[in-house]
Ligand binder design. Structure first.
Ligand code: PDD
Length: 293
């Protein structure tokens, strides 16, 4: 069955889904994106993704291509037409098509592309198995809170991880603090048992999964700290994991080729994976979605 994409008002076969060569996304990476998880037929974190998209668009002064209601109709329609029960939806909004000139065009209609893809259903044993990560310098710009399509440093980092036999790379800044993964948020349980993930600022993308895990943890009475943590703390951590809409809550069992804790998923990580799944199945995603930077 052929895949269907939404491109600027039309549903078209994926193989014939094109945008103009002077789309500013293509020439300047002048656009933003979102990735929604679809879990058992339900879009996860819908309000959060919409609010974060609004934040990213406002930061770049890009207009919504349409109202939020018809926008969500299109998103759901792409999911339906592609028969995605478990998988993801990709949404990209660029400033649109204009003659190449760095400054914003006086008149330009923002361009919208939506695709959806099936993925294996969330599977706790797979997420529990544990992945290797490496640490690399964070060479990105200073507005990581914007979900920009300008992802070259992230792509370079992910490729470096793959070449090292790792699943993800955690990036560290000039203070030797971990910021986040190339496409995920970073978490540790310190040697003293403190659950830590970096606080929200311009230094990270505030993940929808991150927010859901924090809410699920709080609802279960667990304590946590939103603060910067160093590469050293990560190296000495008892447990580590990543969160994202595609990785959910995934255990990290090796950092820079050294085992984390006993080299298996930790107790807290396993608990948070269970809590996260129960939380999204009950609430559909994080409830509080108003802080992005
Ligand atoms: N990435 N940090 C970065 C840099 C990311 O790219 C992502 C998500 C996250 C986690 O955000 P969320 O929980 O909302 O998925 C954090 C998506 C999945 C991607 O680029 O494909």
């Amino acid at each position: 069955m052929s895949r269907i994409a939404y491109v600027n008002g039309q549903y078209v076969p994926h193989s014939r889904a094109f945008v103009h060569i002077e789309d500013r996304g293509y020439q300047f990476a002048d656009g933003v994106y979102e990735v929604f998880a679809v879990h058992h037929g339900r879009l996860i974190g819908q309000q959060g993704h919409l609010d974060r998209l609004a934040h990213s668009l406002a930061a770049l002064q890009i207009d919504w291509p349409m109202g939020k209601r018809p926008f969500m109709v299109a998103v759901n329609e792409v999911v339906r037409r592609n028969h995605v029960t478990n998988g993801l939806v990709y949404i990209q909004i660029t400033r649109g098509v204009a003659r190449r000139d760095h400054g914003f065009p006086a008149q330009c209609e923002s361009a919208l592309v939506i695709t959806a893809r099936k993925m294996p259903a969330l599977h706790k044993p797979t997420l529990s198995k544990g992945i290797n990560i490496i640490t690399i310098p964070d060479i990105r710009w200073k507005r990581k809170d914007i979900k920009s399509i300008s992802l070259l440093p992230n792509c370079l980092g992910k490729q470096q991880a793959r070449e090292a036999g790792a699943f993800e790379a955690w990036m560290y800044n000039e203070q030797d603090e971990i910021t986040e993964g190339t496409s995920s948020n970073a978490w540790i349980v310190t040697a003293d048992g403190e659950l830590v993930t970096r606080d929200v600022s311009h230094s990270i993308l505030n993940g929808i999964t991150r927010l859901a895990v924090l809410e699920a943890a709080a609802a279960a009475g667990l304590t946590f700290s939103e603060r910067a943590f160093s590469r050293q703390e990560a190296a000495e951590a008892k447990e580590a994991f990543i969160t994202s809409s595609t990785s959910h809550v995934k255990a990290v069992t090796r950092i820079d080729d050294a085992p984390v804790g006993n080299g298996h998923i930790g107790e807290m990580t396993a608990r948070l994976l269970d809590l996260y799944v129960a939380y999204i199945e009950e609430k559909g995603g994080p409830v509080k979605t108003d802080r992005w930077s």
